[in-house]
Design a protein around this ligand. Structure first.
Ligand SMILES: Nc1ncnc2c1ncn2[C@@H]1O[C@H](COP(=O)(O)OP(=O)(O)OP(=O)(O)O)[C@@H](O)[C@H]1O
Ligand SMILES: Cc1ncc(COP(=O)(O)O)c(N)n1
Length: 273
């Protein structure tokens, strides 16, 4: 049987923990055929990012268009987009192939700005392009708290400010905003907040005491995309993504000398071949 298809528009992490490698691993574990539009190649391990080569914007756009025209895209997500020129090219390509809330192919915009170690993955002058080019096209945006601060100026410290941040993000035009709580380190649990301005959903989850959360945002967004690709509504798709990431953080593992990755391997069957 042909599986559902999801396109990730993201950067490569040579260490395999985050970026398109985390996306493809998660999509595979969710039974989805993953496709990639590579935006950048990072020289990266568990300790940090020491180099970035940005892919020419027209090549990013071409990757989106060729897979959409030939294979078909049932949902798409973004990760690292590197610069404003790539963001503009992604917006144009998405419009041409029907990706985005007006084209009806569900589109998750994960506004990746930096790695969890603090290395910059998006140029400073590209923030505005994210807000004006991609947010209005997004079915769902999924910033972490540092990205919320950069994009809205709001410092999220509790449930009230989490909801204010969601409203500020929604003002840029996405249908739904998910304000992730992974970086809210002053609280014992990890309650993400999903809102479309009318419906507000709390997504509760435990906080595991681990530094091995590399790729957690990518994994959450890809697992969510796997459901959107099958016609699941946003709240149920995000609830699945949250359940998926809780298990994946619980099973995260140490690797190298820095931050290890979350693991979707729990989802693979234990049956022997
Ligand atoms: N220590 C943790 N224990 C349990 N869940 C976590 C933990 N850290 C993050 N999460 C969950 O993982 C998901 C991603 O959260 P986070 O806020 O860390 O996003 P992110 O910073 O974009 O991720 P990434 O580390 O990939 O950049 C959220 O659902 C969050 O609640
Ligand atoms: C290519 C690429 N994309 C995304 C991330 C963010 O993931 P994290 O915040 O876990 O470092 C990353 N480090 N590298």
């Amino acid at each position: 049987m042909t599986p559902p298809t999801v396109l990730t528009i993201a950067g490569s992490d040579s260490g395999g923990g985050a970026g398109l490698q985390a996306d493809l691993r998660t999509l595979f574990a969710c039974g989805v055929h993953g496709m990639t539009a590579v935006t950048a190649v990072t020289v990266q391990n568990t300790i940090g990012v020491t180099g970035i080569v940005e892919i020419p914007a027209h090549v990013v756009a071409d990757q989106i268009e060729v897979v959409a025209v030939d294979i078909g895209v049932q949902a798409a997500k973004t990760g690292m987009l590197a610069n404003a020129e790539i963001i503009v090219a992604v917006a144009g390509a998405c419009d041409r192939v029907g990706i985005g809330k007006d084209g009806h192919i569900p589109f998750i915009v994960d506004p990746v700005c930096a790695s969890m170690g603090g290395d910059q993955l998006l140029r400073d002058d590209a923030l505005d392009a994210l807000r004006t080019e991609l947010f209005p096209r997004a079915t769902l945006v999924t910033p972490n708290l540092d990205e919320v601060r950069l994009l809205t100026g709001i410092d999220v410290t509790d449930r009230k400010t989490q909801e204010q941040a969601a409203d500020a993000l929604l003002a840029y035009g996405p249908e739904w905003a998910l304000v992730k709580a992974g970086h809210m380190r002053n609280v014992d649990d990890c309650v993400d907040l999903l809102s479309n301005g009318t419906d507000v959903h709390e997504l509760p989850g435990p906080r595991f005491d681990t530094g091995n959360t590399h790729g957690s945002g990518d994994t959450l967004a890809s697992a969510t995309a796997s459901q959107l690709a099958q016609g699941v509504a946003v709240p149920a798709a995000v609830a699945f993504g949250k359940r998926f990431i809780v298990r994946s953080v619980r099973d995260s593992y140490s690797l190298g000398k820095g931050h290890g990755p979350v693991s979707p391997f729990w989802r693979l069957s234990s049956e022997s071949v």
